[in-house]
Design a protein around this ligand. Structure first.
Ligand code: ADP
Ligand code: MG
Length: 239
């Protein structure tokens, strides 16, 4: 789904050029649950912006679902973003005046669906996150964990091939954060592809694959991945 090769990102700061990502290689397959973990300033948000088609690489290649993203116009990037990616943010970013279901419907407005079809899909997405009973509540009438689940439903509504979550538990207490992570695990098991960005190793450990970002360099821990796979297979075998 994601093929990144020798990705470089530099920013211009006045006269100087600062290189933030150094020859990053990353492949994410359909159905993966990947975490990118690293300390503050390591380049995670820059990586997230590129994966999410909010920004483009300076050099190197990024293919999303086979389409080379580098060099596309802003309009084309926006179209890819709408089609391919469901975003989940630390601060939920729900519109306060709209109900849960209206928030979830919002990304479907641009798809030319009938009102009825839109509502049906939004209700289905809310069911998936276990919030069908709170459909007509406004964000202020929901707990933080519930608000994040509405945001996850909104990300799911357009049935994008990939969910991209930036510190999704950052604004939640530990227990509520665990519930949101359990929901993401469940979505992964249902076949969704998830990229989770976090500074928190414990959060990252819930993913199936962990890659580490440090000073703009990405490394994958393959041994860890194998253990995780075996543990997962063990759970499925009922061990
Ligand atoms: P993280 O999300 O891991 O904290 P970022 O991707 O936000 O890291 O930042 C990585 C580095 O790139 C930091 O040194 C930051 O100062 C720098 N940086 C990020 N965005 C810009 C920008 N728009 N212009 C210049 N430097 C930036
Ligand atoms: Mg960041």
């Amino acid at each position: 789904m994601i093929e990144i090769e020798k990705l470089v990102k530099t920013y211009r700061m006045g006269q100087e050029t600062v290189q933030v990502l150094h020859d990053v290689d990353l492949t994410v397959n359909k159905g993966d649950f990947l975490a990118i973990v690293g300390p503050s300033g390591s380049g995670k948000s820059t990586m997230m912006n590129i994966i999410g088609c909010l920004d483009i690489p300076t050099s190197g290649s990024y293919k999303l679902d086979g389409v080379e993203v580098k060099g596309l116009s802003d309009n084309k990037l926006a179209a890819i973003r709408n089609d391919k990616i469901g975003f989940i943010f630390q601060g939920f970013q729900l519109l306060p005046k709209l109900t849960a279901i209206e928030n979830v419907e919002l990304p479907l407005v641009y798809r030319g669906l009938s009102n009825k079809e839109r509502r049906k899909r939004a209700a289905e997405a809310l069911r998936k996150v276990g919030l069908e009973e709170r459909m007509f509540h406004k964000p202020s009438e929901l707990s933080g964990g519930q608000q994040q689940r509405v945001a996850i439903a909104r990300a799911l509504a357009g049935e994008p091939p990939m969910l991209l979550a930036d510190e999704p538990t950052g604004a939640l207490d530990t227990r509520t954060g665990q519930e949101v992570l359990a929901l993401m695990e469940q979505l992964h098991q249902q076949g969704h592809t998830i990229v989770l960005i976090t500074h928190d190793m414990e959060v990252a450990a819930r993913a199936e694959r962990v890659v580490r970002m440090k000073d703009g360099v990405l490394t994958e821990d393959h041994a860890e991945r194998r253990e995780r796979r075996e543990a997962f297979a063990g759970i499925q075998d009922g061990i």
